[in-house]
Design a protein around this ligand. Structure first.
Ligand code: COI
Length: 380
């Protein structure tokens, strides 16, 4: 685990804005945004010193390329805090690595690791008092990069903004009964496209199917491959797992599936527990047959926001439905508990998945590696 990055000092006014922030009783997901955000500009081939500022609108040219050509990437990650202890991040290096891969795919500059990690640490450090400590709640963090150069020519921007905003949040789904619509018309991603990267356009293009799913009484879309509309890819923004005869099945990663960090954690945890995990192309009709015969008894979605979300039913737009024998079965429960217990306790003996962050004590005392620095850029 890389522990690079130090904490940036912030003004008294910003500290006051954090102490004045009121966390709503019912948090929901991503609706109450923390009062500070971090921003760094890229211009003339260089990243500038990051600034921490009040959360709020950012002035941008209406001709900025992000508004026209969608040159944009993001990440989703969480900071946890329990029993008034120091907060911690879950596998942040994996998010950084994926952010770099997304940037390359979208012809955007790489954010240096030190800038990414220092920015996260700084935000989590100062936002410690507002990290929710209740079960299944956390501080959701959204690093993102957008193309800000003004001009309508279709080419890579010269200027960018790297930002991180944060939102004290509950899990993505509040209900345990999630029904998924098998999408047999639209596609989420095609070979050679951007499906394996965290690009806003992938999510924007999925909304039409989400609207259709909701209208039919479903909460999720289940995407199939673009070529044959036959193999399962992922849920709307979350990865897919099925439990079949005690084995864990998940689609193998291709260039149309997002390599989820929760997906990877589940595979590693399950193998560590001695389970057989098979990553291969899963034919939807064969799987539905196994569901009908109660051979596949459990299906779940997983992701940073959703953690592990059991699926109670799959359905077609024609009205045919396939109910899972166990909507929160034994295997799903065990895997869900294992990942949640790491996130509840910050303890993970088998894997080096937890990065502790020194909290703001309000007295200026920090461990040596977390001392406030006036420059994050110096280390690049
Ligand atoms: C996440 O799980 O962090 C995501 O980005 C998915 C999004 C649909 C909330």
């Amino acid at each position: 685990m890389d522990h690079q990055g130090s904490i940036l000092p912030i003004s008294h006014e910003l500290k006051t804005s954090i102490s004045l922030y009121k966390r709503p009783e019912n948090l929901g997901f991503g609706s109450s945004i923390a009062p500070i955000m971090l921003m760094s500009k890229f211009t003339k081939g260089r990243w500038q010193e990051p600034q921490i500022q009040p959360y709020g609108p950012i002035p941008m040219a209406p001709a900025a390329k992000v508004f026209h050509y969608g040159q944009q990437i993001f990440e989703g990650m969480k900071a946890f805090r329990r029993n008034d202890q120091d907060p911690f991040l879950f596998r942040p290096k994996e998010n950084y690595d994926r952010f770099v891969r997304s940037a390359r795919r979208m012809c955007m500059p790489e954010v240096p690791e030190n800038l990414f990690m220092s920015s996260l640490k700084t935000l989590v450090h100062y936002l410690t008092p507002i990290i929710p400590q209740r079960e299944n709640e956390s501080l959701y963090l959204r690093p993102m990069m957008i193309a800000t150069e003004s001009g309508l020519s279709l080419k890579s921007s010269g200027d960018y903004l790297f930002l991180i905003i944060a939102a004290p949040s509950a899990e993505y789904f509040s209900s345990a009964k999630v029904r998924a619509l098998i999408e047999r018309e639209d596609c989420r991603a095609s070979p050679g496209g951007t499906g394996a990267f965290k690009v806003g356009g992938n999510y924007g293009a999925s909304i039409q199917s989400g609207v259709k799913a909701n209208a039919l009484g479903f909460q999720q879309t289940l995407w199939l491959d673009a070529r044959q509309q036959r193999y399962i890819e992922e849920f709307s923004g979350m990865n897919f797992f099925a439990v079949v005869n005690g084995e864990l099945w998940t689609p193998e990663l291709t260039d149309t599936i997002l390599p989820g960090i929760t997906r990877d954690s589940i595979i590693k945890m399950a193998r560590h527990k001695g389970m057989i995990v098979r990553e291969f192309p899963i034919d939807i009709d064969e799987l539905l047959n196994l569901v009908s015969k109660n051979i596949c008894r459990e299906i779940f979605a997983c992701g940073t926001a959703a953690v592990v979300t059991p699926i109670s039913e799959l359905g077609e737009s024609t009205g045919t439905t396939y109910r899972l024998a166990e909507s929160f079965g034994e295997v799903t429960q065990k895997l869900s508990e294992t990942i949640r217990s790491i996130q509840q306790t910050g303890k993970c003996e088998q894997f080096d998945w937890v990065m502790p962050i020194a909290r703001d004590q309000g007295d200026g005392h920090l461990s040596a590696s977390n001392e406030p620095q006036n420059s994050m850029i110096a280390a690049y």
